[in-house]
Design a protein around this ligand. Structure first.
Ligand code: ADP
Length: 198
């Protein structure tokens, strides 16, 4: 099926991807799929996958591509994702981009847009430190936050250029109130020709 909307949300840790992902997904009537959430749920439930990835996540490293790719390919085959999806936090490496392209082209599907949620480093660090105090996420310590940002800069930020070259990139400023940012993203997508159904 090719009718639905297929979106990616890309941006540094702390840019507010998770919050915006669920809002955008409901606006488009598609599931929000967050690899971070999938991994965290597996860690919380102490599944074999969770046991494998816990130390990697706690250190702020990326889970190996083969594991991450398999999880996403399986999730995208579930019925609710067949008519569209919003992927939050995937792909984050060139290998993940290549795998997603393979999965989609095998189904004769394509991405509609890649939303880049922009935020400056001081702002994202401040947000993550605040979240650490509120939620106690194991990877939200000062040292791990800094490491996650540098992993993002090295491995994921270059993908933005890649998506720009494919004419898929919609860049949005992530600074401001949650509602404001959601409206900004929806307006930017509409201007790009991707319109929410609800
Ligand atoms: P954030 O973007 O704030 O770092 P996420 O919830 O998206 O938070 O990800 C948390 C952690 O989960 C990452 O630091 C990484 O260990 C793992 N992870 C999530 N998505 C991926 C991915 N696409 N590839 C590799 N590791 C991932």
């Amino acid at each position: 099926m090719t009718s639905g909307t297929r979106l990616l949300l890309i941006g540094p840790p702390g840019a507010g991807k998770g919050t915006q992902a669920s809002r955008l997904a409901s606006a488009f009537g598609v599931p929000a799929i967050s690899t971070g959430d999938i991994f965290r749920a597996n860690v919380a439930n102490q599944t074999p996958l969770g046991q494998k990835v816990k130390a990697i996540m706690d250190a702020g490293e990326y889970v190996p591509d083969d594991i991450t790719n398999a999880i996403v390919a399986q999730r995208l085959r579930e019925p609710d994702a067949l008519a569209g999806f919003l992927l939050d936090g995937y792909p984050r490496t060139p290998e993940q981009v290549a795998e997603l392209d393979r999965v989609l082209s095998a189904e004769h599907e394509a991405l509609d847009a890649v939303v880049q949620l922009d935020a400056d480093t001081d702002e994202v660090v401040a947000r993550l430190v605040k979240r650490a105090a509120e939620q106690g996420r194991a990877d939200d310590t000062d040292e791990v936050i800094r490491h996650r940002l540098s992993v993002y800069e090295q491995q994921t930020a270059p993908l933005i250029q890649h998506f720009a070259q494919r004419d898929l990139l919609v860049k949005v400023d992530g600074l401001g109130a949650v509602d404001e940012v959601t409206q900004r993203i929806l307006a930017a997508l509409a201007a790009f020709g991707v319109v929410a159904s609800r």
